[in-house]
Design a protein around this ligand. Structure first.
Ligand code: THU
Length: 141
């Protein structure tokens, strides 16, 4: 089920994510991903996927954007929407690692807007990662 999001917010987040996608460093996969964290105050934190010859060190676009936001003092209460875009045939849904990171760094019902320029879907992290492992699980008696 699609989550609703203000049209202007959606357009700003998508525009920033598509611009970030142009900066993807993907010489191995040739798969370009852009993301944007949009804050309630209108600030945008774009990110792109950054690959490495040691493949496991690759950083996905959504983690790049989230880490840029957090590195600038943003916290989950500040975040209004996240956009994730790709140049693939299918919508890029976040990988498992990114779902885990999203589940800790954004609120449960924040819209996550996916687009490849042809299709679009809006979900939240409760749909993408039900029963997430969280800091609550680390609290012992
Ligand atoms: N990638 C992302 O940036 N985000 C996703 O949600 C899925 C995958 C990147 C990682 C790698 O650079 C390339 O896409 C192929 O896996």
């Amino acid at each position: 089920m699609d989550i609703t999001v203000n049209e202007a917010i959606k357009q700003r987040a998508l525009e920033s994510a598509f611009a970030a996608m142009q900066h993807a460093y993907a010489p191995y996969s040739h798969y370009h991903v852009g993301a944007c964290v949009l804050c309630h105050d209108g600030t945008l934190y774009p990110g792109a996927n950054i690959e490495n010859a040691s493949f496991g060190l690759t950083n996905c676009a959504e983690r790049s954007a989230l880490f840029a936001a957090y590195s600038n003092g943003v916290r989950k209460a500040d975040i209004a929407a996240v956009a994730i875009v790709s140049d693939g045939e299918r919508l890029a849904t976040p990988c498992g690692a990114c779902r885990q990171v999203l589940s800790e760094l954004i609120d449960l019902h924040i819209p996550i807007i996916l687009s490849n320029g042809k299709e679009q879907q809006i979900l939240d992290i409760s749909q993408l990662l039900p029963l997430a492992f969280s800091n609550e699980d680390l609290h012992h008696a």
